[in-house]
Design a protein around this ligand. Sequence first.
Ligand SMILES: [Mg+2]
Length: 259
Amino acid sequence: MFIRNDWKQASQFHDLSELEVLKEVSRRVTEVRAAGKTPIVLLDLDSTLYEVGPRTHRILQEWLDTPECTQFPNVRRELERLEHEHVGYSLKDTFSALGMSADESEVQEAISVIKKFWQERFFSSAYLTYDKAYPGAPEFVREVHQMGAFIVYLTGRDEPGMGDGTRAMLIRDGFPWNTERTHLLLKPAYGLSDLEHKVGAAKFIRAHGELIASFENEPPNLVAIYDQFPEAMHVFVETVSSDHPAPAGKDLYRIRGFL
Ligand SMILES: [Mg+2]
């Protein structure tokens, strides 16, 4: 099992440019459509179609206005200079980008306090408005949808907390939604395993068509979907990812963005 950079190095990716990968997806969609079948494109949301750093940034700024924040003067001082580029996958990543070490007791304590504050907001519809669609992502998804692809958004977000906001943002950002051949697979409840949820989606996919491509920023999810559908293209979207270990992948594609 490998983590982050080690996983990228241990995995095997096709030597194609971003444009070539996206064109190949379009080509296969057209081909499967022409054969009278339904081509499915599977898309993760967080850190695949959407940059979620601004969501965390906003929440940390709000924390600076709380009374509890005054108990952590050093952390507060560092967080006051938080910029967009410091925001990483996790709070720990973000703190370390600001030069704070979780080995220091004030930092460690602050992280556990902030984590609770952050979780209550990050996993809620209201804060999804701070997310930004990655440049080119809505256009690409619209394009393959117009070519006849069935668009399945597969996300670890949960229906009760984030369903309404997720649908509203898909519309706001111009992703295909509220139209034929679109579907959103959310977790029915908060706290279920992401990986199980994503593997469970395989059932939906098989019932509705032929998987052409999946797009995902989390190595364990990408490899799990690959194992279910080895004949499809599986595209690693190289943005930010968790430090969850994953087996080395093979026959994968990768892009850094949709432009
Ligand atoms: Mg993701």
